[in-house]
Design a protein around this ligand. Structure first.
Ligand SMILES: O=C1O[C@H](COP(=O)(O)O)[C@@H](O)[C@H](O)[C@H]1O
Length: 225
């Protein structure tokens, strides 16, 4: 398999197309399966996709949504990925979906990883996973220099792991390579010239230096200036 790259004339077209593609893939899956799962990124890039996707006409009550990673801060903190999800995706028609909140309120993400891994396992393989990427080539919270990056990239990694990295402002909980890379449909959403350059760099690097590299062969990349 090799990476598919789709370029859009502008960010609005990008968001509309990605939302439409995700809704289509979830809807298609629900024609033959009782349930579907959707894994989404945090950060800032996915907001316009979320806002369109939340209005999609699919059986959201049969869909379970969870983040690919969480920043270990209170759910109302401005850096909380869960807050972003609640404000922009878990509303309108998508409010009917089930949600697995990755922030449990435990003191450390390590304390939550095992129980959440079990809950996520019930929804594997992920039907549709949307990834984001930082300029440092991290995806989910798989950061270059992360203390347990090699373990999280290994084929026997548990579904979720706590990770601490110099490039991350706070401790993180992240889905790992095996569960993300085995999603039935895998998409990467990136915008702007810096991320396109980072993507090009990543293609020549090892996943330990450029974690996004671990997913590129299976992913459709969606980019707009
Ligand atoms: O820290 C994170 O960053 C990445 C990229 O975020 P963006 O704001 O540059 O779109 C994101 O995919 C990840 O979920 C998040 O925790």
């Amino acid at each position: 398999m090799s990476m598919e790259f789709k370029e859009y004339p502008d960010r609005e077209m990008l968001a509309l197309s990605v939302a439409d593609r995700i809704a289509g893939q979830l809807g298609q899956h629900l024609r033959t399966s009782p349930t579907a799962s959707l894994c989404v990124p945090g950060g800032t890039s996915p907001i316009p996709v979320f806002e369109t996707l939340s209005g999609a006409d699919i059986d959201w009550d049969r869909v379970t949504i969870f983040l690919g990673d969480e920043r270990w801060v209170d759910g109302e903190h401005k850096r909380s990925n869960g807050r972003l999800l609640r404000r922009h995706l878990l509303r309108d028609r998508a409010a009917a979906a089930s949600h697995i909140d990755l922030y449990t309120g435990d003191e450390r993400p390590e304390d939550a990883a095992d129980a959440l891994s079990q809950r996520i396992t019930e929804h594997l393989p992920i039907t549709v996973a949307l990834l984001g990427m930082g300029n440092d080539m991290h995806t989910a919270s798989l950061f270059p220099g992360g203390d347990r990056l090699a373990e999280a990239l290994a084929s026997d990694a548990p579904p979720l792991m706590a990770i601490h990295a110099p490039g991350a402002e706070e401790p993180r909980l992240t889905l790992t390579r095996p569960v993300l890379s085995k999603a039935i449909h895998l998409h990467l959403l990136i915008m702007g010239p810096e991320k396109r350059e980072a993507l090009e760099r990543a293609q020549k690097l090892d996943p330990l230096e450029a974690p996004i590299r671990a997913f590129l062969d299976a992913a459709t990349v969606h980019w707009a200036e």
